[in-house]
Design a protein around this ligand. Structure first.
Ligand SMILES: *Cc1c(COP(=O)(O)O)cnc(C)c1O
Length: 231
Protein backbone atom coordinates (compact mmCIF):
# COMPACT_ATOMS: atom_id res chain seq x y z
CA UNK A 1 0.00 0.00 0.00
CA UNK A 2 1.29 3.44 -0.83
CA UNK A 3 1.99 6.02 1.89
CA UNK A 4 -0.79 8.17 0.48
CA UNK A 5 -3.39 5.44 0.73
CA UNK A 6 -2.30 4.27 4.17
CA UNK A 7 -2.26 7.82 5.56
CA UNK A 8 -5.79 8.47 4.29
CA UNK A 9 -6.92 5.07 5.56
CA UNK A 10 -5.57 5.83 9.05
CA UNK A 11 -7.21 9.27 9.07
CA UNK A 12 -10.52 7.86 7.91
CA UNK A 13 -10.38 5.16 10.54
CA UNK A 14 -9.63 7.70 13.28
CA UNK A 15 -12.62 9.81 12.19
CA UNK A 16 -14.88 6.76 12.11
CA UNK A 17 -13.74 5.79 15.59
CA UNK A 18 -14.57 9.27 16.86
CA UNK A 19 -17.99 9.03 15.22
CA UNK A 20 -18.61 5.68 16.96
CA UNK A 21 -17.47 7.02 20.31
CA UNK A 22 -19.71 10.10 20.02
CA UNK A 23 -22.64 7.98 18.88
CA UNK A 24 -22.08 5.69 21.86
CA UNK A 25 -22.13 8.62 24.29
CA UNK A 26 -25.46 9.75 22.80
CA UNK A 27 -26.97 6.25 22.65
CA UNK A 28 -27.18 6.43 18.85
CA UNK A 29 -26.44 3.81 16.22
CA UNK A 30 -23.53 4.55 13.88
CA UNK A 31 -25.72 3.27 11.05
CA UNK A 32 -27.68 6.52 11.30
CA UNK A 33 -24.60 8.68 10.71
CA UNK A 34 -22.97 9.07 7.32
CA UNK A 35 -19.63 10.68 6.65
CA UNK A 36 -19.47 13.01 3.67
CA UNK A 37 -15.78 13.14 2.78
CA UNK A 38 -15.17 16.71 1.65
CA UNK A 39 -12.78 16.85 -1.31
CA UNK A 40 -12.90 20.54 -2.23
CA UNK A 41 -9.22 21.14 -1.38
CA UNK A 42 -8.03 17.61 -2.09
CA UNK A 43 -5.52 17.05 -4.86
CA UNK A 44 -6.67 14.54 -7.46
CA UNK A 45 -4.42 11.64 -6.32
CA UNK A 46 -5.88 12.05 -2.83
CA UNK A 47 -9.40 11.82 -4.24
CA UNK A 48 -8.48 8.69 -6.17
CA UNK A 49 -7.01 7.11 -3.05
CA UNK A 50 -10.02 8.08 -0.98
CA UNK A 51 -12.46 6.52 -3.41
CA UNK A 52 -10.90 3.13 -2.76
CA UNK A 53 -12.08 3.52 0.84
CA UNK A 54 -15.24 5.65 0.75
CA UNK A 55 -18.08 6.47 -1.63
CA UNK A 56 -19.82 9.65 -0.45
CA UNK A 57 -17.95 12.85 -1.27
CA UNK A 58 -18.74 16.54 -0.83
CA UNK A 59 -17.72 19.39 -3.11
CA UNK A 60 -18.20 23.12 -2.74
CA UNK A 61 -18.48 24.15 -6.35
CA UNK A 62 -20.91 22.63 -8.86
CA UNK A 63 -18.39 22.92 -11.69
CA UNK A 64 -15.71 20.90 -9.90
CA UNK A 65 -18.35 18.45 -8.67
CA UNK A 66 -19.53 17.83 -12.25
CA UNK A 67 -15.99 17.41 -13.57
CA UNK A 68 -14.99 15.00 -10.83
CA UNK A 69 -18.22 13.04 -11.17
CA UNK A 70 -17.35 12.38 -14.80
CA UNK A 71 -14.09 10.82 -13.62
CA UNK A 72 -15.57 8.91 -10.66
CA UNK A 73 -19.21 8.20 -11.55
CA UNK A 74 -19.64 5.55 -8.84
CA UNK A 75 -19.08 8.03 -6.03
CA UNK A 76 -22.13 9.83 -4.65
CA UNK A 77 -21.29 13.52 -4.94
CA UNK A 78 -22.96 15.93 -2.53
CA UNK A 79 -22.94 19.67 -3.09
CA UNK A 80 -22.18 21.44 0.19
CA UNK A 81 -21.14 24.95 -0.90
CA UNK A 82 -23.11 28.03 -1.83
CA UNK A 83 -25.00 27.63 -5.10
CA UNK A 84 -25.64 30.48 -7.53
CA UNK A 85 -28.98 30.24 -9.25
CA UNK A 86 -27.35 30.17 -12.68
CA UNK A 87 -25.51 26.96 -11.66
CA UNK A 88 -28.65 25.19 -10.45
CA UNK A 89 -28.89 22.96 -13.51
CA UNK A 90 -25.36 21.67 -13.06
CA UNK A 91 -26.18 20.88 -9.44
CA UNK A 92 -29.48 19.15 -10.24
CA UNK A 93 -27.82 17.05 -12.94
CA UNK A 94 -24.86 15.96 -10.86
CA UNK A 95 -25.43 16.18 -7.12
CA UNK A 96 -26.91 13.25 -5.20
CA UNK A 97 -27.90 15.75 -2.50
CA UNK A 98 -27.71 19.56 -2.37
CA UNK A 99 -27.00 20.58 1.25
CA UNK A 100 -26.88 24.33 0.72
CA UNK A 101 -30.29 25.65 -0.34
CA UNK A 102 -30.14 29.00 1.42
CA UNK A 103 -33.15 30.90 0.05
CA UNK A 104 -36.69 30.45 -1.25
CA UNK A 105 -35.56 31.87 -4.59
CA UNK A 106 -32.87 29.22 -4.96
CA UNK A 107 -35.31 26.46 -3.99
CA UNK A 108 -37.72 27.71 -6.65
CA UNK A 109 -34.96 27.75 -9.26
CA UNK A 110 -33.99 24.16 -8.39
CA UNK A 111 -37.66 23.22 -8.62
CA UNK A 112 -37.99 24.74 -12.11
CA UNK A 113 -34.83 23.05 -13.36
CA UNK A 114 -35.76 19.69 -11.85
CA UNK A 115 -39.21 19.83 -13.43
CA UNK A 116 -37.56 20.67 -16.75
CA UNK A 117 -35.15 17.74 -16.36
CA UNK A 118 -37.96 15.41 -15.27
CA UNK A 119 -36.33 14.57 -11.94
CA UNK A 120 -36.92 15.13 -8.24
CA UNK A 121 -33.94 16.78 -6.59
CA UNK A 122 -33.16 15.84 -2.97
CA UNK A 123 -32.15 18.92 -1.00
CA UNK A 124 -31.45 20.25 2.47
CA UNK A 125 -32.32 23.77 3.57
CA UNK A 126 -29.37 25.64 5.04
CA UNK A 127 -30.18 27.36 8.31
CA UNK A 128 -28.13 30.17 9.83
CA UNK A 129 -28.74 29.07 13.40
CA UNK A 130 -26.02 31.24 14.91
CA UNK A 131 -27.35 34.37 13.20
CA UNK A 132 -23.89 35.52 12.10
CA UNK A 133 -24.05 38.10 9.32
CA UNK A 134 -21.29 36.36 7.39
CA UNK A 135 -23.28 33.14 7.07
CA UNK A 136 -25.95 32.46 4.50
CA UNK A 137 -29.12 30.49 5.04
CA UNK A 138 -32.62 30.89 6.41
CA UNK A 139 -32.89 32.36 9.86
CA UNK A 140 -34.86 30.18 12.24
CA UNK A 141 -37.77 32.60 12.46
CA UNK A 142 -37.87 33.03 8.69
CA UNK A 143 -37.96 29.28 8.15
CA UNK A 144 -40.78 28.86 10.64
CA UNK A 145 -42.71 31.49 8.68
CA UNK A 146 -42.13 30.22 5.16
CA UNK A 147 -41.88 26.46 5.64
CA UNK A 148 -45.57 25.90 4.84
CA UNK A 149 -45.00 27.41 1.40
CA UNK A 150 -41.71 25.63 0.79
CA UNK A 151 -42.62 22.14 1.87
CA UNK A 152 -44.69 21.14 -1.15
CA UNK A 153 -42.44 22.66 -3.81
CA UNK A 154 -42.64 20.33 -6.81
CA UNK A 155 -39.51 18.74 -8.18
CA UNK A 156 -37.65 18.89 -4.88
CA UNK A 157 -37.63 16.58 -1.88
CA UNK A 158 -36.69 18.49 1.26
CA UNK A 159 -34.85 15.83 3.27
CA UNK A 160 -33.84 18.00 6.22
CA UNK A 161 -31.55 20.85 7.24
CA UNK A 162 -27.90 21.84 7.21
CA UNK A 163 -25.96 24.30 9.34
CA UNK A 164 -22.45 25.47 10.12
CA UNK A 165 -21.39 26.28 13.67
CA UNK A 166 -19.56 29.52 14.41
CA UNK A 167 -15.77 29.40 14.39
CA UNK A 168 -15.21 29.42 18.14
CA UNK A 169 -13.54 27.21 20.71
CA UNK A 170 -16.50 27.68 23.06
CA UNK A 171 -18.07 24.24 22.98
CA UNK A 172 -21.35 25.39 24.48
CA UNK A 173 -21.92 27.80 21.57
CA UNK A 174 -21.21 25.06 19.03
CA UNK A 175 -23.46 22.60 20.85
CA UNK A 176 -26.22 25.20 21.09
CA UNK A 177 -26.08 25.73 17.34
CA UNK A 178 -26.44 22.01 16.60
CA UNK A 179 -29.13 21.38 19.19
CA UNK A 180 -30.95 24.47 17.87
CA UNK A 181 -31.09 22.94 14.41
CA UNK A 182 -32.37 19.63 15.79
CA UNK A 183 -35.08 21.38 17.81
CA UNK A 184 -36.17 23.40 14.78
CA UNK A 185 -36.35 20.20 12.74
CA UNK A 186 -38.41 18.46 15.43
CA UNK A 187 -40.79 21.39 15.64
CA UNK A 188 -41.35 21.73 11.88
CA UNK A 189 -41.73 17.98 11.48
CA UNK A 190 -44.47 17.99 14.05
CA UNK A 191 -46.22 21.16 12.93
CA UNK A 192 -46.34 20.13 9.29
CA UNK A 193 -46.59 16.35 9.53
CA UNK A 194 -43.55 15.84 7.31
CA UNK A 195 -40.43 13.70 7.53
CA UNK A 196 -37.16 15.63 7.76
CA UNK A 197 -34.72 12.81 8.54
CA UNK A 198 -31.41 14.47 7.69
CA UNK A 199 -29.38 16.87 9.79
CA UNK A 200 -26.14 17.86 8.05
CA UNK A 201 -23.87 19.36 10.68
CA UNK A 202 -20.31 19.01 11.94
CA UNK A 203 -16.96 19.52 10.24
CA UNK A 204 -13.36 18.52 11.10
CA UNK A 205 -13.26 20.66 14.25
CA UNK A 206 -16.65 19.90 15.72
CA UNK A 207 -18.17 16.71 14.30
CA UNK A 208 -18.18 14.72 17.59
CA UNK A 209 -20.42 17.40 19.13
CA UNK A 210 -22.66 17.31 16.05
CA UNK A 211 -23.01 13.53 16.34
CA UNK A 212 -23.96 13.88 19.99
CA UNK A 213 -26.62 16.41 18.97
CA UNK A 214 -28.19 14.27 16.25
CA UNK A 215 -26.26 14.80 13.01
CA UNK A 216 -27.02 12.22 10.30
CA UNK A 217 -24.55 13.65 7.78
CA UNK A 218 -21.20 15.04 8.83
CA UNK A 219 -18.97 16.91 6.39
CA UNK A 220 -15.30 16.29 7.11
CA UNK A 221 -12.45 17.50 4.91
CA UNK A 222 -9.11 18.57 6.37
CA UNK A 223 -8.96 15.82 9.01
CA UNK A 224 -8.80 13.20 6.24
CA UNK A 225 -5.68 14.70 4.69
CA UNK A 226 -3.60 15.32 7.81
CA UNK A 227 0.00 14.28 7.33
CA UNK A 228 -0.08 14.39 3.54
CA UNK A 229 2.64 16.40 1.82
CA UNK A 230 1.34 19.55 0.13
CA UNK A 231 2.65 20.39 -3.31
C1 LIG B 1 -15.02 22.92 3.60
C2 LIG B 1 -16.32 22.59 4.18
C3 LIG B 1 -16.44 21.53 5.08
C4 LIG B 1 -15.27 20.70 5.57
O1 LIG B 1 -14.45 21.49 6.37
P1 LIG B 1 -13.20 20.87 7.16
O2 LIG B 1 -12.98 21.82 8.26
O3 LIG B 1 -12.09 20.84 6.16
O4 LIG B 1 -13.58 19.53 7.62
C5 LIG B 1 -17.72 21.24 5.55
N1 LIG B 1 -18.80 21.95 5.16
C6 LIG B 1 -18.71 22.96 4.30
C7 LIG B 1 -19.95 23.69 3.91
C8 LIG B 1 -17.47 23.33 3.78
O5 LIG B 1 -17.40 24.34 2.93
Amino acid sequence: MTDLLSTIRDNLKAVQEQISAAAGRAGRSTDDIRLVAVTKYAQWPWVEALQQLHTVFGENRPQQLAERRQLLPDVRWHLIGQLQRNKARLAVQNAALIHSVDSARLLQRISDVAADEGVTSPVLLQVNVSGEESKSGFSRSELVEVFAQLKDTRGVAIRGFMTMAPATTDESIIRGCFSGLRELRDRLQQEHGVELPELSMGMSGDFPIAVEEGATLIRVGSRLYEGLPRE
